[in-house]
Design a protein around this ligand. Structure first.
Ligand code: TXA
Ligand code: MG
Length: 348
């Protein structure tokens, strides 16, 4: 299949392009588009045939449900049986934005979206291109991250091109995504509100509104899982290389990683280092990639997936990576790093 590539730099001026994208969605095709978190692989969320194409393009297991993206509360209301009070409060505070909420699904949501579950995951993205695409398509858009299943999520259109060229109808290039990690998935359908996937909206943010929010105990160290959020059980965001996360004080990190790097190199392996800005100059070697600054962990979230993809291009055998503190957005960062490493962590 020929994949059309369009670049949106001025929404108001590019109505024709957005109409073309929406007409593809309405015709049951798959269109990749930017959101404020990562690029999504979108299709008409009410059409089973269209959604099937998403699973095919990604090579995604059928038991992993998808998020529906809406442009309004009216659109949400058609998709769910009820909207609890807590959900309204979250919507008011965090939508549009990187928060996905679980609801009891209504009849019109196809089973393929929810993988047979009685709940449906829904969010309203804040990226203007995403909102415009939903509005013009006049249907909720089902969209997982636009990567091949198991690969790091795309934060640039070029990442989507790498994974999806020839497999989908269109890629909309809207530049680099902002947050860089996926949305937070919050379950409000049980007695205790539970974060099933940490993301752009932090635990601390949510607790200001709902003090009783907990992290799903199944999130664990990247190896364990509960099937509560099916997506959490797969190795994800994974580079081709082996990956080890080093945790400890920032002094010992550098020493331990340099030591391990020398050891690996003496075995003839190509080593990549994934490090923070502040420590950059303390490492030696060719393949040192900066993921962002510990002073502002949002920069790490923003650059993380791109950094992992760059290391893959360097054909590294083993990636040694610094950890960050697990507060605020650091929780989502560590969740992705540990998953990318398959739970492989050295505590110093
Ligand atoms: O930021 C995002 O959320 C991006 C952009 C494109 O919106 N999308 C995204 O989708 O990350 P995906 O499919 O890669 O991840 C969706 C996550 C998976 O972990 C999935 O298991 C979980 O949400 N999920 C979806 N529906 C669910 C449900 N009904 N119950 C529990 N977990 C659900
Ligand atoms: Mg994904």
């Amino acid at each position: 299949m020929e994949t059309e590539l369009i670049r949106i730099h001025d929404l108001d001026e590019q109505i024709l392009e957005m109409d073309r994208a929406a007409s593809l969605i309405k015709a049951g095709e798959v269109v990749a588009f930017p959101t404020e978190t990562v690029y999504g692989l979108g299709a008409d969320g009410l059409s089973e045939a269209a959604v099937r194409k998403i699973f095919k393009a990604k090579g995604r297991p059928q038991d992993n449900p998808l998020i529906l993206h809406v442009d309004s509360v009216q659109m949400l209301e058609r998709l769910v049986l009820d909207i609890p009070e807590d959900a309204y409060r979250c919507i008011e505070r965090f939508w549009p934005g990187p928060l996905t909420l679980l609801f009891r699904k209504s009849e019109i949501v196809p089973d393929i979206i929810t993988a047979g579950l009685q709940t449906v995951a829904i969010r309203m993205p804040s990226h203007p291109v995403a909102l415009e695409l939903i509005r013009r398509s006049a249907t909720p858009i089902a969209a997982p991250s636009a990567n091949t299943s198991g690969r790091p999520s795309p934060t640039r259109a070029s990442h989507v091109v790498q994974d999806m060229k020839g497999k989908i109808a269109m890629i909309i290039d809207g530049g680099k995504t902002g947050v860089g990690l996926e949305s937070t998935v919050l379950d409000l359908t049980e007695a205790v509100p539970m974060i099933l996937r940490p993301g752009g909206v932090t635990l601390e943010d949510l607790r200001e509104l709902l003090p009783e929010v907990e992290m799903d105990p199944g999130l664990g160290d990247g190896r364990e899982f509960t099937p509560k959020s099916p997506g959490q059980k797969y190795r994800h965001y994974a580079p081709n290389a082996e990956m080890i996360i080093f945790s400890g004080d920032r002094e010992s990190l550098v020493t331990a990683m340099m030591e391990r790097a020398r050891e690996e190199e003496s075995k003839g392996r190509r080593v990549g280092l994934l490090v923070t800005e502040e420590n950059r100059d303390r490492y030696k070697g060719d393949n040192v990639i900066v993921m962002g600054s510990v002073e502002d962990k949002r920069t790490i979230a923003h650059g993380l997936f791109d950094a992992i993809r760059r290391l893959d291009e360097l054909e590294i055998d083993i990636i040694l990576c610094e950890s960050v503190e697990e507060d605020q957005i650091g929780m989502a960062i560590m969740n992705r790093l540990l998953k990318a490493a398959g739970g492989n962590r050295i505590r110093l």
